[in-house]
Design a protein around this ligand. Structure first.
Ligand code: PLP
Length: 454
């Protein structure tokens, strides 16, 4: 107890947290997480908590993997750092780039043989903006600057990342978006479909918002469209099956680049190494981070498809862009060890054929709960929406913050579940077993019941 309070006092005195109201923090104190193993974390009060969010969508292989720590230690002792600027390289970065290229499936005429490394998803999306614009410059079409994204998207917290993101709260702070970034609506069937509209029809209509936006701007000015295959932080928004094929038709028709942000969706989260494969999307650039190291160490990057690589690398000369930690040897060594581990344990395959389908049946069954207006999964991400009146799809008054009430019950019952408004979402470690899914579902039901009783 003593320790917890001392840490909390130091915390509120000195540590500015991301996405945190510090007034709340000062009164209630931060929860101090001290250690972790498998799918559980422990706090400084000794509470064991099932981590339904894999840290922050990243601990794909689960906690306590000694071989990742060993890989870091070995590399720290061999070469803790060297840069990859000015014609130098290092072995783990080369090996990881080759491994990622081998794991990235070819789709149609798109292949991925090149990787640009950063330390995060945000930096990687900044890189995407620069690469997309550079690509068009090199092709003599420098007027193509506009990047289209989606409302309620999250693509990071740097100036370009937060601008690509469609979160109005983020835009309001810091005079965003930066110029030449614009947004269309997200394909959220539950909220945006018209009465009686089928999922398939809604998916087509939602995709065509992109075409309308391109025509409004002028196709000759559009550089790229960026989107997550399944929107994560926006609330696990799973698009109808018709959505991505129609998006692909539109980007192909107008010749614009397609950027898939797979910071959450890659590395088995949706049952594939890369989620574009699941949806048959043909991206030109693919953002990754988080799961590439299972979050054990910061690492991100961009998979650069052949269309961009042929211009940028083969004809482009020097690309004036890079980070000190691009291709950091220790981060890359951990990434390599993590991908090898995930491959050996077939974690993406298990999510695709075993644990993912099982989670889906469990979420389907949740629809019988009086609070649950809808529930859906895609691989190992899942979302449910809390409603006041199921029959009429009537939501609660947002001021009641029912999602936050539910999240509080989860915490108290030993489960981390995230609230996005009144959508409750999970993204558990891919190492989770069927028995552990049962344990998690039991906790979710208990928390829903407690929320209902409130
Ligand atoms: N893109 C997506 C889809 C994300 O979910 C996130 C983080 O949650 C980011 C980008 C930003 O990544 P990072 O926090 O590593 O900068």
């Amino acid at each position: 107890k003593q320790d917890t309070q001392a840490i909390q006092a130091l915390d509120s005195a000195h540590f500015i947290h991301p996405f945190t109201d510090h007034g709340d923090l000062a009164t209630r104190g931060a929860r101090v997480i001290t250690h972790a193993d498998g799918i559980y974390v422990w706090d400084s009060e000794g509470n064991k908590i099932l981590d339904g969010m894999s840290g922050l969508w990243c601990v794909n292989a689960g906690y306590g993997r000694k071989e990742l720590a060993d890989a870091a230690y070995q590399q720290l002792m061999t070469l803790p750092f060297y840069n990859s600027f000015f014609q130098t390289t290092n072995v783990p970065a080369v090996q990881l780039a080759a491994k990622l290229a081998a794991l990235a499936p070819k789709v149609g005429d798109r292949s991925f043989n090149h990787v640009f490394f950063s330390s995060s998803g945000s930096e990687s999306n900044d890189t995407n903006v620069r690469m997309a614009r550079r690509y068009w410059d090199l092709l003599g079409q420098s007027q193509r600057k506009v990047i289209i994204s989606r409302h309620n998207a999250y693509h990071g917290s740097t100036m370009a990342g937060a601008s690509l993101g469609g979160m109005s709260g983020m835009h309001a702070q810091g005079d965003l978006p930066i110029p030449n970034i614009t947004h269309i609506d997200q394909p959220y069937y539950f909220e945006n479909a018209r009465g009686g509209e089928s999922k398939a029809d809604f998916g087509l209509r939602a995709a065509r918002w992109l075409e309308e936006k391109i025509l409004e701007i002028g196709p000759e000015k559009v550089a790229a469209f960026i989107a997550e295959p399944v929107q994560g932080a926006g609330g696990v928004i799973i698009p109808p099956e018709t959505y991505w094929p129609e998006i692909q038709r539109i980007v192909d028709q107008y010749g614009i680049l397609l950027i898939c942000d797979e910071v959450i969706c890659a590395f088995g989260r949706l049952g594939h190494w890369f989620a574009y494969e699941k949806f048959g999307i043909k991206p030109d650039l693919v953002t990754f981070a988080k799961g590439v190291t299972s979050g054990y160490i910061p690492l991100g990057g961009v998979m650069v498809g052949n269309r961009v690589a042929e211009v940028l690398i083969d004809k482009g000369g020097e690309f004036n862009h890079g980070y000190t930690y691009s291709g950091h040897p220790v981060a890359c060594a951990v990434g390599l060890a993590n991908l090898n581990l995930m491959e050996r344990e077939n974690l993406p395959g298990r999510v695709r054929t075993e644990t993912g389908p099982y989670l889906a049946t469990q979420f389907e069954a949740l629809k019988d709960h009086p609070l649950v207006g809808d529930a859906e999964t895609c691989g190992f991400v899942a979302g449910l929406v809390l409603v006041k009146d199921k029959a009429n799809k009537q939501m609660f008054d947002p001021d009641r913050a029912v999602g936050m009430i539910c999240r509080g019950h989860c915490f108290r019952n030993g489960l981390i579940m995230r609230a996005v408004g009144d959508r409750m979402i999970i993204a558990p470690p891919l190492s989770m077993t069927v028995a552990q899914i049962d344990e998690m579902m039991g906790l979710i039901r208990r928390c829903l019941d407690a929320t209902l009783a409130d």
